[in-house]
Structures are given as structure tokens and as C-alpha cells.
Design a protein around this ligand. Structure first.
Ligand code: GLN
Length: 480
């Protein structure tokens, strides 16, 4: 068994106890990444990895107590700023950009003694659901290399699914952690909006963006989230709520918890095998002692339209900072205005340009009320649907993605069908709620299927308890 088949928590315990050194783990990780290069999961590698590992080993040798992620390799989505290491957000406009600082999540991972091997491939500026919008070529699904791993955090999900690292960080604006986790058969968590600091995250849609973990098991995701979560004075949207003890929640008894199954997430548009697999996972929770109730989230059908107004509006504003003057790429021109134009024309890809145009349109005078204000009102209705449902149930269970992994190229020429692949993840994002995707029974083709649980605001603990119960039931089907 390779060292990297171990989970986050197993690996950390082995390094902490001295059974294996951080240097051995780092070497195994680099070898594994090198042997999987065809998947195109990484955009940049940390040259200091072996030095970082040696320092951890030296501290252990001196008798220091190591942190909770001692020697655990964790990949970082390339939208997360890393000092001394290129951060492109999957865009040509940031090619060669090396941030002068670490994102808060990176500083917290380092302080917990994690190893950070490199930066993972993603859709440009996190806009996409297949990784095909990366300026550096698509990342491939290890379960079938002719298929997409999902997106936008595709490289992070692939790093975990192909056992290059037991965990990774992604960012989720409308599903970008959960959907690739589902399509590659791993665990992905979008925390409550504000739970994790976004200081150092390249902004896409600021009222939605959230960083979270992807991991090979539920407990591993919980441990990483416990490390990165918490108030950060550098991010005004980070919440002050007491940190959730996510790892401890994985052992919690789930008997008596009430699970809501929303009618709107089943039936039309949902692949029959996804439907059947998710219903099986729900039955596992029932056998573990939960009660199952039908609920209704009537505004679900408006989520895709609402999201694509709000997210593009915010993106058009956020991306104005990439002007060729302060960051990355510059195409020189005779005057300032054409310098901006030429730089942005050469630096941004098609999908990013499409969204800047859409976002500028919905914010423009005369259209603001018809589109942007209306979308904000519908967003409130979507959030209220959840509030009403959570009066009766403790968590909501549904698919993560309407289909298993689709073929590379299948939707890339059809933005609307690509946008529809977010139909199951967008509502929780718009409502700012925590949500987790855990593997459900795979399709007959062996392609993974994800099961999504959505919780009350700040109730990650509930999600981890339920997700861990599902995982246990899947590992020992006869015991459930
Ligand atoms: N797929 C969605 C989009 O393209 C969500 C992306 C994300 O969560 N970053 O916007």
C-alpha cells in the first residue's frame, strides 16, 4: 500500500508518531504527481517541498509536538495566493504572477504542519463546471480520461481522487468544490458563507465565494476544515461564530435526526442512475436511525438564472482590477485605454469575456432593476425556502450533480447546458448554507456519483455527523 493511500488523519498520526517521516511522504507525493502528469492536475509545483518536510522532521527530532496536519500533503487550487509560488487562477492574464503574501488558509495549513506540494488546475477565474475553461488545458477525470473531472476546482479533486494528495483546497461559488468532488468520487465541503477567510483568494463573486476542503474521506475533510476555519480580521465577511468542531462530529450518533428530501431535486433533468443512487444513500441514513421527510423548496427552478445574474455582475466588477498595469500580463499600446483593451483581450478567455459582458449588462443603467435587483429578491426567496424547510428537518439530502462525469467537449460549445450542470449546487450557495458531497454508489459504468447534504447556517457539525454515517454504511454494507 502506498503511503498516499492513507487518509489525512492516518497520515498525520504516522508522521506525528515518527512511524514515517515528512520527507518520505513528500518524496512519495512528488513521485505520484510526476507519474500522473497526463491528468494535467497541477499548474505549478512548490520547489521548497523537501526543505519544508525536512524542517518538520527536524522539529519532531527536537521533541516539538507537531500540528494536526503534520506531513500531510494538501494541494491548493491556483486561485489561492501563495508567497513565492505562481498563482494564475487558471488565466493567461496572471501568467507568471507570484503573490507577495500567503492567503490566510495557506498560513493556517503551514502552521498545522501540512505540506503544500503545488497549485492545481482550474477553470479560468473559477468560471466553469468542467475545467475546460482553464487557459492551461483541461484536467482529466482519473476514472475515465475522456471525461471531465468537473470544475472549477477540477485539479484539486483529481489530486485527491488519483491519490496524489489525501486532501486539497478548492473554492466554491456555485458548486466548484462539491461538483468536482462528486464527479471524481471524493468528499467536498462548501462551508457556511464566511466560515473560512477568503483573504488571498482571487475573487470571482464576492457574495458567494467560499474556500473549503476536498478529501479522500469525511474525517479528513473535517480535520482540514477545523484548521482553516475561523474569524480573520483581514476578511470583513469572515464570521465570528464559535468554530465548529467538525472532526469530533464524525463520531456523533445520528439516530433521531430528520432528513428532508426535496421534490424539486428529483425527477426531470436528473439522470436515472443518479436518482437511484442518491435514494439508496438516503435509505442508509434511514437504517442508521434518521427519519426521512418530503420537503419542498419551490423556488429551486429559479436558482440557475438568479445565480448567473448575480455571479456575472460581481465578476464584472471584481475582474476590473486585471488591467495590465498592476498584475501579470501586459500588452503595450500607444495609449492607456488601448493598453487596457489589448491586455484584457489577450489575457482573458472566451467564458470570462462572456461573463464580463453579461455582468456589465445586468448592472447597466436601465437594466439594473430588471435583472440585478430582481435577482437579489429571488435570492431572498430561495434562502427563505431553506429557512422554512429547516423548521421541520435538520438537513436536506439531494444529488450533487444531475449526471455523472460528462465527456470532455460534450458541453464546451453550449454554455447553457454547462450552466445547467450546477442546478443542484447553486441554491445552497445563493442561501450561503454549508453543504457537503459524499460518494454514493457508483453508476453501472463505474463513474462516481455524489450525494449532497445541505445544512442550516453554521451547522457544519450536523453535515459531518451525517456524512460520516453514510460513509460508514457504505464501507460495511452488512453492518448497516
Ligand atoms: N460552475 C459554476 C460557474 O461556472 C460555479 C463555479 C464556482 O463555484 N466557482 O460559475
Amino acid at each position: 500500500m502506498s503511503l498516499l493511500d492513507a487518509s489525512v488523519t492516518e497520515l498525520a498520526e504516522r508522521v506525528r508518531s515518527g512511524a514515517v517521516s515528512a520527507t518520505e511522504v513528500a518524496r512519495a507525493c512528488l513521485e505520484r504527481i510526476a507519474s500522473q502528469r497526463d491528468l494535467n492536475a497541477y499548474l505549478a509545483m512548490n520547489d521548497a517541498l523537501l526543505d519544508d518536510a525536512r524542517k518538520i522532521d527536524e522539529r519532531r527530532a527536537r521533541g516539538d509536538k507537531l500540528g494536526p496536519l503534520a506531513g500531510v500533503p494538501i494541494a491548493l487550487k491556483d486561485a489561492i495566493a501563495t508567497r513565492h509560488l505562481q498563482t494564475t487562477a487558471g488565466s493567461k492574464i496572471l501568467e507568471g504572477y507570484v503573490p507577495p503574501y500567503d492567503a490566510t488558509v495557506v498560513a493556517r495549513l503551514r502552521a498545522a504542519d501540512a505540506l503544500l506540494p503545488g497549485k492545481t488546475n482550474m477553470d479560468e477565474f473559477a468560471m466553469g463546471s468542467s475545467n475546460e475553461n482553464s487557459a492551461y488545458g483541461p484536467c482529466k477525470n482519473p476514472h475515465d480520461v475522456t471525461r471531465t473531472p468537473g470544475g472549477s476546482s477540477g485539479g484539486s479533486a483529481v489530486s485527491v481522487a488519483a491519490r496524489m494528495t489525501p486532501a486539497a483546497l478548492g473554492s466554491d461559488t456555485g458548486g466548484s468544490i462539491r461538483q468536482p468532488a462528486a464527479l471524481t468520487g471524493v468528499v467536498g465541503v462548501k462551508p457556511t458563507y464566511g466560515r473560512v477567510s477568503r483573504y488571498g483568494l482571487v475573487a470571482f463573486a464576492s457574495s458567494l465565494d467560499q474556500i473549503g476542503p476536498i478529501a479522500s474521506d469525511v474525517r479528513g475533510a473535517a480535520r482540514v476544515l477545523d484548521v482553516i476555519a475561523g474569524r480573520d480580521p483581514r476578511d470583513a465577511t469572515s464570521i465570528t461564530a464559535a468554530p465548529a468542531a467538525c472532526e469530533a462530529a464524525c463520531d456523533r450518533d445520528v439516530r433521531g435526526l430528520r432528513i428532508g428530501v426535496p421534490d424539486e431535486y428529483f425527477g426531470e433533468g436528473i439522470d436515472a442512475e443518479v436518482d437511484a443512487s442518491v435514494r439508496e444513500s438516503i435509505s442508509k441514513l434511514e437504517r442508521a436511525g434518521c427519519t426521512i421527510e418530503r420537503v419542498s423548496l419551490p423556488h429551486t427552478r429559479l436558482a440557475v438564472a438568479t445565480y448567473y445574474v448575480i455571479a456575472t455582475a460581481e465578476a464584472s466588477s471584481n475582474l476590473a482590477r486585471f488591467d495590465g498595469v498592476r498584475y501579470g500580463k501586459r500588452v503595450d499600446a500607444a495609449d492607456l485605454k488601448s493598453l487596457y483593451g489589448k491586455t484584457r483581450d489577450a489575457g482573458f478567455g472566451r467564458e470570462v469575456k462572456r461573463r464580463i459582458l453579461l455582468g456589465t449588462f445586468v448592472l447597466s443603467a436601465g437594466y439594473y432593476d430588471a435583472y440585478y435587483s430582481k435577482a437579489q429578491k429571488v435570492r431572498t426567496l430561495i434562502a427563505r425556502d431553506f429557512t422554512a424547510a429547516f423548521e421541520r428537518v435538520d438537513a436536506i439530502a439531494c444529488p450533487t450533480s444531475p449526471t455523472p462525469a460528462f465527456a470532455l467537449g460534450e458541453k464546451s460549445g453550449d454554455p447553457l447546458s454547462m450552466y445547467m450542470s450546477d442546478v443542484c449546487t447553486l441554491p445552497a450557495s445563493l442561501a450561503g448554507l454549508p453543504a457537503i458531497s459524499v460518494p454514493s454508489r457508483a453508476a453501472t459504468s463505474n463513474l462516481p456519483i455524489g450525494f449532497q447534504l445541505v445544512g442550516r447556517s453554521c451547522d457544519e457539525v450536523m453535515l459531518f455527523a451525517l456524512a460520516a454515517a453514510c460513509e460508514r454504511a457504505s464501507r460495511s454494507p452488512r453492518a448497516s
